[in-house]
Design a protein around this ligand. Sequence first.
Ligand code: PHB
Length: 381
Amino acid sequence: MAAVIGMSVAGDASAQETVKVGLIVSMTGPQASTGKQIKAAVDLYQKEHGNTVAGKKVEVILRDSASVPDNTKRIAQELIVNEKVNVIAGFEVTPSALAIAPLATEAKVPAVVMAAGTSIITERSPYIVRTSFTLPQSSVIIADWAAKNNIKKVVTLVSDYAPGADAEKSFVDRFKAAGGEIAAAIKVPLASPDFAPFLQRAADAKPDAIFVFVPSGQGGTFMKQFTERGLDKAGIRIIGPGDVTDDDLLPAMGDSVIGAVTAHLYSADHDSAKNKAYVDAFQKANNFRPNFMSVGGYDGMHLIYEALKKTGGKADGDSLIAAMKGLAWESPRGPISIDPETRDIIQNIYIRKVEKKNGQLYNVEFATFENVKDPAKAAKK
Ligand code: PHB
């Protein structure tokens, strides 16, 4: 009898319903590397876990934002209205994530932020959940490390938009409170950056280190110009969140990046069985190394799958968001969870130094700060 009921349910149209995930990332334009990483990770997740969960088929609809936040907004609207997607996801930069916040709220569609890192994003809609990171999570930790490691005078150099402002503020407040000196605070335009004149200003201030935040994809140019200007020879160290020594670009950066110390959520060199399997499978499927953006995509898919399991396949926005709150799991980056209060990610932050291992450059982790919540939100309480 049970088998008959089971069969009739399986034959029912609603039981075969597809859960649609609208994945909006930059496959072209200046942030294309982030889209490429996230797409590769989402594909890998579905290859490993199948595309059926809790009796529903999970269909990912990929759309290219071309790195333009207005496109992201228009595409999100189209996917919500025409495709009737159950979830929107991706968002390679903060302005894209902010652009979709009112749509998520109005349509009650969960938005999984897989890449952007400005603290405020999750406060813009009760339907936003983040699997990436916040800049304050790592900037506060590298400030403490610098103050304790004989770095007394720092120039900050950040990309001139919201995550740069977050990184700068959280670093400067913390470093100054520990007695450090900020010799100059430099902002670099986000679009097609030429770092050379800004690096000259930084060098003139004769700091012990430059605290740098550039978004994923720009670290290679930054390091090239840093070296061309001879700042490495002048003994100026690189510190910051790990975006500048992004695993995607690190292998081609050259030896002048050796010794850069950053705090971040993920290194391809992270020492766990889960990560070794992830890196192997990722590199087999693609001819590049996974970076910190990739785990935002991989874990974002895991979050959607696990929420669907918890709701028994119910895919309305309120059920999914409720199910996502408090979920905890082991990511390739280490243990992570979704803060049930803020819908933001809680994760380990690692301090790493660029070293050569078997002839290749890696961010080698040497200290771990466990279960770090977004410090910018904690400060507001
Ligand atoms: C952002 O725009 O929020 C962003 C982009 C790239 C990063 C970090 C933050 O590496």
